[in-house]
Design a protein around this ligand. Structure first.
Ligand code: FES
Ligand code: FES
Length: 167
């Protein structure tokens, strides 16, 4: 008989535990046990990026990621990237650039854009398109999404400059 097992992990900075079945995916556990609905299951096959979360600082498709593999890991969802009431600069940039229509794909894009800017602080258009090629937007808001990436990059560069000046 297949038995559930208890996993313990850190979710958006809080230590949590959950009983999971071997076949359950991380997105199922996040949405059904923890009521976190930001990451959405769409294709369920690792093709659209709507379900992107970070596991130990790496973006993963949580529709394909078996929940028990998160045992002992640090999991971060789109709900965990703001600083209290203050949105992450990438979230702000998406709002300011109007980089969504229905918003279904937006959490996945935001998670990937944050990771993109961590590794490429000043990405070219080609780098942006290449990096986000695994994220699909059915509303085709791609031009505004690229604008949002550039806006977020400039904001982040500006705040780093400010930090350097204060020091
Ligand atoms: S729902 Fe996970 S990649 Fe599409
Ligand atoms: S804004 Fe609707 S799917 Fe991207």
């Amino acid at each position: 008989m297949i038995e559930p097992r208890t996993i313990r992990f850190t979710l958006n900075g809080v230590a949590v535990s959950s009983s999971v079945m071997p076949h359950e995916t991380l997105i199922e556990v996040l949405s059904q046990r923890f009521e976190l609905k930001g990451a959405r299951e769409s294709c369920g096959q690792g093709l659209c990026g709507c379900c992107t979360v970070y596991v130990d600082s790496k973006a993963v498709s949580s529709c394909l990621y078996l929940a028990w593999l998160a045992d002992g890991a640090q999991v971060v969802t789109v709900e965990g990237i703001s600083n209290g009431q203050k949105l992450d600069p990438v979230q702000e940039a998406f709002i300011e650039a109007g980089a969504f229509q229905c918003g279904f794909c937006t959490p996945g894009f935001i998670m990937m854009v944050k990771q993109l800017l961590d590794t490429h602080p000043d990405p070219s258009d080609d780098e942006i398109r290449h990096y986000l090629s695994g994220n699909l937007c059915r509303c085709s808001a791609y031009p505004e999404i690229v604008d949002a990436v550039k806006l977020a990059a400039s904001r982040r560069a500006g705040s780093e400059q400010l930090v350097r000046e204060v020091r």
